[in-house]
Write a protein that binds this ligand. Structure first.
Ligand code: PEP
Length: 256
């Protein structure tokens, strides 16, 4: 299937950066630079920034997303935020399973699955992160690992619901390290994940799903990564905090 028929998505993951006031400034700085984007543009912000980012994004083509959500609708989960809370404030997108959540906050494939379920039930679109550590890559289990993470996360997700899933392939060793997967490595794994979707659903689903690459994507390397046939966009950490760099990545995605 022609890659151009898939939805290209560039999403920023701000991580634990920016106060609400700074969020407003950052969105206002990015907005004029990406107004002619030929791809979807998303900024996923800390919870406390969602409202001011949404206000700043009004009337622009930037969508505001969250960086996580809990699997329960409500209850005794101090410090957590439910998918319903996000959707009730107009948030439509949420990142789930980011490797920093897996690494620092005990996120497992099972809890990723439960959070995906909750997000879909609340009507959200999910950016589902999968990816291998350096050791796993060296052990030659990258494709199996990504297939396993994908299968567990999507267990019970219907074909209709799959239209609200974006997968972000993020090799853990490339996140925030300045080490990028080569364009070939990124494409190989994105293609393998697409194959997994084909096996789980069908070839139409595989052809239609947006699969991003994430891991030290920046203004300099984005064009080559985004030109790959199976790479449909990017999940951007560090560079999403720099308006010019983020806009250059959006421009690269627009060119495809
Ligand atoms: C991320 O946080 O998803 C990410 C890819 O970070 P960075 O671009 O900084 O590697």
């Amino acid at each position: 299937m022609n890659k151009q028929l898939r939805k290209a998505v560039i999403a920023g993951n701000w991580k634990m950066n920016k106060t609400p006031e700074e969020a407003k400034e950052l969105i206002s700085a990015i907005a004029p630079l990406v107004k002619d984007a030929g791809c979807e543009v998303i900024a996923c912000t800390p919870y406390v920034d969602l409202y001011s980012a949404q206000e700043a994004a009004k009337g622009t083509n930037i969508q505001i997303g969250a960086e996580n959500c809990h699997w329960a609708e409500s209850g005794a989960f101090t410090g957590e935020i439910s998918a319903k809370m996000l959707s009730s404030m107009g948030v439509k997108i949420v990142i789930i399973g980011h490797s920093e959540r897996r690494q620092y906050f005990g996120e497992t494939d099972a809890t990723v699955h439960d959070r995906v379920r909750a997000a879909l039930d609340a009507g959200l679109t999910v950016i589902l992160c999968v990816g291998e550590t350096l050791t796993q890559r060296e052990q030659g289990i990258t494709d199996e690992l990504c297939a396993m993470q994908t299968k567990i996360a999507l267990n019970g997700v219907s074909k209709e619901e799959l239209s609200r899933i974006i997968i972000a392939y993020e090799p853990v060793w490339a996140i925030g390290t300045g080490k990028t997967a080569t364009a070939q490595q990124a494409n190989e794994v994105c293609a393998a994940i697409r194959k997994t979707i084909g096996a789980l659903y069908d070839s139409k689903a595989a052809d239609g799903i947006t699969i991003q690459y994430g891991g030290s994507m920046n203004a300099g390397n984005a064009a080559e990564l985004l030109a790959q046939p199976d790479v449909d966009g990017g999940l951007i950490g560090g560079a999403s905090l720099k308006p010019g760099d983020f806009a250059a990545i959006v421009e690269a995605a627009t060119r495809g």
